[in-house]
Design a protein around this ligand. Structure first.
Ligand code: SF4
Ligand code: SF4
Length: 135
C-alpha cells in the first residue's frame, strides 16, 4: 500500500513519548532503507520500517496510528542487526504498540472473535497474540 505523507501537524509530545519508551534515537535514521529490504513481514505490513522512521521523525501520530506495521512486526530483530545507525527498530515498534495499549485501546478485541476463528488456533498463539495486542 502506498503511503502519502500528508501535511498534518507534527505531534512533538508523541515523538518524545516514543523516544522515551523505546530508548532509541530514531532521529539518527538517514533513510537508507536497509531495514525495509530486510523485513520478512514485507508482504503483510501496510508500510515498511523506513517509512515508520520517517513518520516518527516528523511526529505524525495520526498516520502512524492507522498502520498495521507495529502490530504485524514479528520482533525478529533483523532490521536492528542490519541498521547502519544502530537503531533498535524492534524497540521502536514495541513503543508504538505501547502508546496505544496504554490508552486502553485493544488492537484485537477478544470478545469479538468468532468461535470458528478460535477453534483452529493453538492456545499458545492466542495467549501470545493477546499479550501483544490487548491492553
Ligand atoms: S523486527 Fe519487525 S520490522 Fe524489523 S525486520 Fe523483523 S518483522 Fe520487520
Ligand atoms: S536501516 Fe536504520 S538508518 Fe536505514 S532506514 Fe532503517 S532505521 Fe533508518
Amino acid at each position: 500500500m502506498a503511503l502519502v505523507i500528508s501535511r498534518r501537524t507534527s505531534d512533538t509530545k508523541f515523538h518524545d513519548r516514543v523516544s522515551e519508551l523505546s530508548g532509541q534515537e530514531f532521529m539518527k535514521c538517514f533513510q537508507c532503507g536497509t531495514c525495509s529490504g530486510s523485513c520478512p513481514m514485507g508482504d503483510h505490513i501496510d508500510t515498511f520500517p523506513r517509512k515508520i522512521m520517517a513518520l516518527l521523525q516528523l511526529g505524525r501520530m495520526e498516520e502512524l496510528s492507522e498502520l498495521n506495521t507495529p502490530w504485524v512486526c514479528a520482533s525478529c530483530h533483523t532490521c536492528m542487526v542490519r541498521c547502519p545507525r544502530g537503531i533498535d527498530i524492534t524497540k521502536v515498534m514495541e513503543a508504538l504498540r505501547l502508546t496505544r495499549l496504554r490508552q486502553n485501546v485493544n488492537y484485537v478485541e477478544p470478545s469479538n472473535m468468532q468461535p470458528e476463528e478460535i477453534i483452529d488456533l493453538p492456545q499458545i498463539a492466542l495467549v501470545s497474540g493477546f499479550r501483544k495486542m490487548t491492553s
